[in-house]
Design a protein around this ligand. Structure first.
Ligand code: GZL
Length: 312
């Protein structure tokens, strides 16, 4: 009857009444692709109408996307900021339009009143966990380290470098001999690792690789094998994200350690948004996600299978 039809229309309309714009960096890594998948799943589950924009890792595309979301009059904006700086003016426009902005997985250098909250890991801690593992693993043996940095100017690249250096400070047998950005991608990680190997006596002088994400480590592992060395044995590897392909390498003895980063930043973000829209009470400025170390002792094959179901 008309009443039932009206009721159905009302419920479906209210279920879809929250419209959220998501300015995503791109799909530079397996982790980033999983974050996109999980964010879409979380929106679907909550009946949120998600407007998705992929910036191909360019800040100007993210700024354009935010402006378009403002013009559309969305209820909220999710932003995974490719770099830390350059956001003030566009976020002021969102604030003037009374559209709350939530940061996902990276932070920015901007006044805190320009965003509602940031859902991220503690990226200094991630670097420290990685460094502490290497310190413990090499003992007092001389260990020359090469470092593949994340995207230049991004909060994870800055923080993960800082945390790792804190961990190895005071252990003079550990030294970072080469450090360069691989832009968080497999291809660039492989290319830069090839140059490190050439520059370091074919890799014979390299004891360990620290990569700011697993995708660069996976690319570097390929380069190490092509140079005739055994990754995981001749050159130890430690990286961050805990994506399935890193566990595949670990199960083959070709990778040693990874620090987990959940791809589900959107769940806590949507929960905080929901509470804020209902109560108008601001959430804390930082919602921290956990970091866990995995090594070859943690049944990597089993973890690989489990990870395949988590958006990867
Ligand atoms: C970290 C996130 C990083 C991942 C990379 O929170 O921003 O970006 O570690 C991704 O895989 O490129």
């Amino acid at each position: 009857s008309a009443t039932i039809l009206a009721a159905c229309m009302f419920t479906s309309a209210s279920a879809k009444d929250l419209v959220v714009g998501f300015s995503q960096i791109g799909s530079e890594s397996g982790w980033r692709a999983a974050e996109t998948t999980v964010t879409k799943q979380q929106a679907e589950k909550r009946g949120i109408d998600l407007k998705f924009a992929d910036a191909q890792q360019k800040q100007e595309n993210q700024i354009k996307a935010i402006r378009s979301f403002i013009a559309q009059g969305v209820d909220a904006i999710l932003l995974a900021p490719v770099v830390e700086t350059g956001w003030d003016s566009v976020l002021k426009e969102a604030k003037e339009a009374k559209i709350p902005v939530i940061l996902l997985d990276r932070t920015i250098n901007a006044p805190k009143d320009l965003y509602l909250t940031a859902v991220t890991s503690d990226q200094i801690h991630e670097g420290k966990v990685a460094g502490d593992w290497l310190v413990k693993t090499v003992g007092d043996k001389k260990c020359n380290i090469v470092e593949l940095q994340g995207t230049t100017g991004s909060s994870p690249a800055i923080a993960r470098k800082k945390g790792f250096e804190e961990a190895i400070k005071g252990h003079d047998n550990l030294k970072i001999v080469r450090s360069q950005t691989g832009d968080f991608t497999r291809a660039k990680g492989k290319e830069v690792m090839e140059s490190f190997l050439k520059a370091e006596n074919g890799g014979k002088d390299i004891c360990a690789l620290y990569a700011h994400n697993d995708d660069m480590a996976v690319g570097a592992i390929q380069a190490i094998k092509e140079a005739g060395l055994k990754p995981g044995k001749d050159i130890l590897t430690v990286s961050i994200d805990s994506v399935p392909d890193l566990f595949k390498a670990m199960a083959a003895g070709e990778a040693n350690a990874t620090v987990e980063l959940t791809p589900n930043m959107a769940g806590p973000a949507f929960d905080a948004l929901d509470a804020y829209l209902k109560t108008k009470k601001e959430p804390p400025k930082w919602i921290q996600t956990e970091s866990k170390l995995y090594t070859q002792a943690d049944d990597p094959q089993k973890v690989y299978e489990e990870k395949k179901g988590q958006g990867y």
